[in-house]
Design a protein around this ligand. Sequence first.
Ligand code: ZN
Length: 289
Amino acid sequence: MRIATVNGRAALLDGDRYLDLARATSGVVPATPGAFLQSWRQTQQAVTDLGSEQDWQPLAGARLGAPVPDPRQSIGIGLNYAGHVQESGLDLPDFPLVFAKLPGSLCGPNDDVLLPSESVDWEAELVVALGGPLDRGSRQEAAAAIAGFMVGQDLSDRRVQHQAPGGQHTIGKSYRTFGPTGPALVTLEELADPHDLEIRCRINGEVMQDGSTAQMMVDVCELLSMLSARLPLGPGDLVFTGTPEGIGSTRNPPRFLRPGDVIETEIAGLGRLVNTCVADSTYPTGPRP
Ligand code: ZN
């Protein structure tokens, strides 16, 4: 199944139409976006039990929001594709980089992205959402805790991210609108293999990243298991799982996002984000970030 946020409410997607889940299930599935992950088993059952007579609405003209806009935890993984580690001029890590992709940065699949500077870069990523608890879990337990997957963008202000003396990964990747996600949370039965999906990023139609989730060095189940060895994970938590090669800042010459640029982020079977960049001059002047 595909669950999205349509006009601010949780909705089931089917091609070019949607079904309001709270109305269709008489409130078994909450209307609040993302809240369905707190009662994931009931949601799955309620969707399975839906009759054929439902009030499907055309998706055209509706506004899509982030499918899970308010996760308890949103974790970013860096340096999880060898090609990206190499283009970054770094040694392969023993353990991928872990940082917070703060929930305030999340936005919808077609929202404008606000650029606070001229050093913002793109990172197409597979995002996993949890539907159950995972605490010191094995790979198998991690797989069972997964609710589904989304397309994500881990937009990053490189100047802030690498700012001396120690870098500012978290805030450099957590400015408002730096985390487009969607268009829907897609469950496993819709995907042949989440570890074999083409993942792409285009800027103004030009292909910048063209990889596969098969290139991840640490796969999703192992990432979740490793994270849960260190802190408990729970329903609604999101993990951005790293980006393949093809970012802008390591190009020659470097390429950064500019106002008017259109970012298309696509993962086969999951869908596509289309976000337009807009200059934001409201940031305070003075020392960054
Ligand atoms: Zn990233």
